[in-house]
Design a protein around this ligand. Structure first.
Ligand SMILES: NC(=O)c1ccc[n+]([C@@H]2O[C@H](COP(=O)([O-])OP(=O)(O)OC[C@H]3O[C@@H](n4cnc5c(N)ncnc54)[C@H](OP(=O)(O)O)[C@@H]3O)[C@@H](O)[C@H]2O)c1
Length: 300
């Protein structure tokens, strides 16, 4: 039976992967206590003990603004650790699946970013994630890097949807940035896409499609953070979430200054992965509805 080592098991995507990966083998889900990505000794030791066939790295330093001051920590978790996982995967014959981000791009394009587009991160988090990608490509022949964006889910600590629900319950007015666009993506759909991709990989070499490489996956459609907030409110009303809010006000990025600069346009093209999966991802609004229904069963 295939042994799958899953990191970041308590994160938004990690919790979903723990469920979706089950049909593919024995899932050994580990958290920070079992393997600290900031410690190279810990990484080598755990991979040496578990001897996985597949390593799925869903752990990351994801505090985009804090990364501007915790540069060293962000680099050690997002760049050094994945590089080391790639070295260990190569040494032991394992395949590495790693999740990356739309923030490797600078956002100056106005059409969806493909896997061939030049990267140029504009914040420390994006730079650290790009360095992780580069380390993996350098050290492992058998890997998948899946870039995604604007992730939210029921599980994990916090995300934009949960923040909006809290603010909608507390305030009359909520101001949201309207000049950054991307694609909100449900963690559950990311986990499912990774799992389907992996089940295809297990059919190699029968498959003629080379599966190793970099892929973009998000839900479909485009939204600004403001559009996303408006949709959350519409769905939340229908589902009976507690709401005090009267107005959502669109604002510009300079009106909401943050330590980290973010790409103004970070839509990813899903053409390459759709060809492999044989399906198109569902629209972001559908993922949002599913998440809010699921979340309501925990919170309402
Ligand atoms: N969130 C987004 O909007 C977004 C967008 C694009 C791409 N991504 C990428 O998608 C992937 C999954 O993101 P996510 O939203 O699921 O992240 P998340 O909810 O923040 O989860 C990250 C996980 O990494 C773990 N972790 C952090 N530092 C660690 C360390 N030193 N050792 C071991 N584990 C550590 C965390 O553990 P604790 O629970 O102990 O903190 C947490 O379980 C990441 O690669 C991220 O870069 C995310």
């Amino acid at each position: 039976m295939r042994r799958i080592l899953l990191t970041g098991v308590n994160g938004q995507v990690g919790q979903e992967l723990q469920r979706t990966l089950l049909p593919l083998g024995e899932v050994i889900g580990i958290d920070r206590k079992t393997m600290d990505l900031a410690s190279s000794t810990s990484i080598r030791q755990v991979i040496g003990e578990v001897k996985p066939n597949l390593i799925v790295n869903a752990a990351a330093y994801t505090a985009v603004d804090k990364a501007e001051t915790e540069t060293e920590l962000a680099n050690s978790i997002n760049a050094v650790a994945p590089t080391m996982m790639a070295e260990e995967a190569e040494r032991t014959g394992a395949t590495l699946i790693h999740i990356s981000t739309d923030y490797v791009f600078d956002g100056r394009k106005n059409t969806p970013y493909t896997e061939q587009d030049a990267t140029n991160p504009i914040c420390v988090y994006g730079q650290s994630k790009l360095a992780g990608e580069e380390g993996i490509r350098l050290h492992s022949d058998r890997h998948i890097i899946l870039r995604t964006a604007w992730v939210y889910g029921t599980h994990g600590k916090s995300n934009f949807v949960k923040t909006m629900l809290r603010l909608f319950a507390e305030r009359d007015e909520v101001r949201v940035v309207a000049d950054q666009v991307g694609t909100p993506t449900w963690a559950s759909d990311i986990a499912q896409a990774i799992t389907t991709l992996l089940s295809q990989l297990s059919q190699e070499p029968l498959s003629s499609v080379p599966l190793t490489g970099t892929y973009h996956f998000t839900n479909s459609g485009i939204a600004s953070w403001y559009d996303f907030a408006v949709a959350i409110l519409e769905e939340a009303k229908q589902l009976g979430y507690p709401l005090k809010v009267q107005r959502i006000v669109p604002i510009t990025t300079p009106e909401y200054p943050t330590p980290a600069q973010r790409p103004v346009y970070s839509v990813l093209s899903g053409k390459k992965i759709s060809a492999v999966l044989g399906t198109h991802p569902s629209h972001w609004r559908q993922g949002l509805r599913h998440m809010l229904v699921e979340f309501s069963s925990y919170t309402l």
